[in-house]
Write a protein of this length. Structure first.
Length: 214
């Protein structure tokens, strides 16, 4: 299934999405000039098809590597490393919910809450659109859910929803516009779980990042 197809699939399966939720989440970083507004609009559901014309700079954003059965916890996988906590839990075979894309997804509260990071190869002083899919873990309350996103150690987005009434995952696609620094070093992208550290928490899948072109 191509990325564009799974994005379309999201609209048919999610009951939680509205136009307001899908607009660029980090609007506070944008100014009110017409040129800036044009960039912000591209970091949205409406601009997704145009974003796909550029290269996705995220590695293993759907957590398909390594291929597993059931679930396993890793300190490192292709593209990602654990910054704190016991490790990244990869789930397969719909062991505790249906993935957003592909056959696998990540849970960030494995044996305990774990922060994961990818060092992304980006160009300095460029606008990028970060796209990811979030779901609370089904049948788990708000106290164990929640996700914070960090870019170069700066918090850029938070999301928190209860999964208590869910029998399966309910994925929400989030768009966040970011601007890289003048440094030529890779950009640090981190995902931090916010709920109780109790081995049942937030799900992450479909992480992508695209340069925004005028």
């Amino acid at each position: 299934m191509t990325a564009l197809k799974y994005f379309r699939r999201f609209f048919s399966i999610s009951l939680f999405v509205s136009t307001g939720l899908l607009l660029c989440a980090n609007s506070s970083l944008a100014d009110t000039s017409s040129s800036s507004q044009a960039i912000v609009n591209k970091c949205s559901a409406q601009g997704y098809a145009q974003l796909k014309l550029t290269n996705n700079v995220i590695v293993n954003g759907s957590f398909e590597s390594p291929q597993i059965h059931g679930w396993s916890v890793f300190r490192r996988i292709k593209g990602w490393r654990t910054v704190s906590g016991p490790g990244i839990e990869i789930q397969a075979d719909k062991v505790a919910g249906t993935p957003f894309h592909g056959l696998q997804h990540a849970e960030l509260d494995s044996d305990a809450n774990s922060v994961v990071e990818q060092m992304v190869l980006t160009q300095p002083l460029n606008d990028y659109c970060l796209v990811f899919a979030y779901s609370p873990r089904p049948d788990v309350g708000l106290e164990s859910e929640g996700l914070r996103v960090w870019v170069n150690k700066k918090a850029v987005h938070e999301i928190k929803r209860s999964g208590l009434d869910l029998s399966d995952t309910q994925w929400e696609v989030v768009f966040v516009r970011i601007k890289t620094t003048a440094s030529r070093k890779p950009t640090s992208l981190r995902f931090e779980p916010l709920g109780n550290s109790d081995s049942m928490g937030v799900y992450l899948d479909g992480v992508e990042m695209y340069a925004i072109r005028d």
